[in-house]
Design a protein around this ligand. Structure first.
Ligand code: SF4
Length: 347
């Protein structure tokens, strides 16, 4: 099995070196650039990350800029990418780098792991790409490619499977560690793709691939999820008074911490109950403009939302009342709420 994996190293390295590097974060191997792009790329498609990455680097070209940036600015730059703890950890890590390392990123895997928000994968990616350290960087793409090559039916969602694959890769890491890791990832993104039939006729390692030979490419990787998400029903109020809309800053802790939201309550409120609910917030109901619904899925919870777009007769002092432009420019509104508002603008 190990011999077989060793055989893929040079074909992957050569294939990767021949690929065009057009993505903005592939223009150099600067560890700051690799770090930010790798964090953004977790959970988000490459195409969607491009504009976020470019804007982030325009506004915050150095680690010092990140350390000095306000949380509001960082959340705004991250708005829509989700998993906001990632950007908070970037700031914490930047401050740590400024205080402990004179603004320079740590230069090896072990030291990188000590930074907030940097786990095995990201530390492996930065250490191998920027410093050529012989460490693997195992993400979902790599798990899929290796499982297929080995025709492994182990559940790739289990940490044991990831550990086993990481150990096997560790034994075969070449001098071109960064190119090998990036090659495996890129192969997983472009050719050995998820949720569809892989494009095996374009694969540089087809002749070493057991899943291909045994016609198992659609069955592998095996992904068995453990638990179901909790479903939470919510009613959201998009309240407008003249040209202003009510928004509210979420608590400092918990899901979507410190971002803004439209006023909302747990459970479903009927149309008849709306005036009563608004009264509790010292708001007088004028008329209901629209009712709509949407879902938003987080890691452990799913929000099943009904939203009412309502015109009201007065403002209160509990919330912040902003214009559309102010909301767009200054207030980070998570996608869960943004899509309700976009829907209402469209309709
Ligand atoms: S031959 Fe097909 S299944 Fe095997 S690694 Fe290549 S693309 Fe993936």
């Amino acid at each position: 099995m190990k011999t077989k994996l060793k055989e893929i190293v040079q074909p992957i390295v050569k294939w990767y070196q021949a690929q065009e590097k057009t993505l903005p974060w592939k223009q150099d191997k600067d560890p700051y650039h690799v770090w930010i792009s790798e964090i953004m790329l977790q959970q988000t498609r490459i195409e969607a990350v491009k504009k976020y990455y470019i804007r982030f680097m325009e506004q915050l070209p150095t680690i010092q800029d990140v350390a000095n940036a306000s949380e509001e600015q960082l959340l705004k730059l991250w708005e829509g990418l989700g998993y906001y703890s990632r950007v908070r950890n970037i700031k914490k890590a930047a401050i740590q780098i400024m205080q402990e390392n004179q603004g320079k990123m740590p230069t090896n895997y072990k030291e990188l792991l000590k930074m907030p928000g940097i786990g095995d994968y990201t530390a492996g990616a930065i250490a191998s790409i920027s410093y050529g350290e012989k460490v693997p960087a195992v993400d979902g793409n790599v798990l899929r490619v290796i499982s297929r090559i080995l025709a492994s039916k182990e559940n790739v969602l289990l940490p044991e499977t990831k550990k086993d694959i990481t150990n096997q890769l560790q034994e075969i890491m070449p001098g071109e560690a960064g190119d090998f890791n990036e090659g495996l990832m890129e192969l997983g993104e472009k050719i050995c793709i998820p949720n569809a039939t892989p494009i095996c006729n374009k694969c540089p390692i087809q002749k070493y691939c057991t899943a291909y030979k045994e016609n198992l490419t659609t069955e592998i990787p095996v992904r068995i999820k453990k638990q179901k998400r909790k479903i939470e029903r919510r009613t959201v109020f998009i309240l407008s008074y003249k040209n202003k809309i009510a928004i509210n800053k979420r608590p400092k802790r918990g899901i979507l911490a410190n971002l803004y939201e439209f006023p909302n309550v747990l459970g479903e409120v009927t149309e008849q109950e709306i005036p009563q609910i608004l009264k509790q917030w010292n708001i007088q109901f004028k008329n209901l403009k629209m009712k709509k619904s949407a879902k938003h899925i987080f890691t452990h919870i799913e929000w099943d939302m009904v939203a009412y777009e309502i015109e009201v007769k007065n403002k209160n002092t509990i919330w912040t009342w902003v214009t559309e432009q102010e909301m767009e420019k200054q207030y980070p509104l998570p996608t869960a709420f943004k899509k309700l508002h976009e829907k209402s603008n469209d309709s």
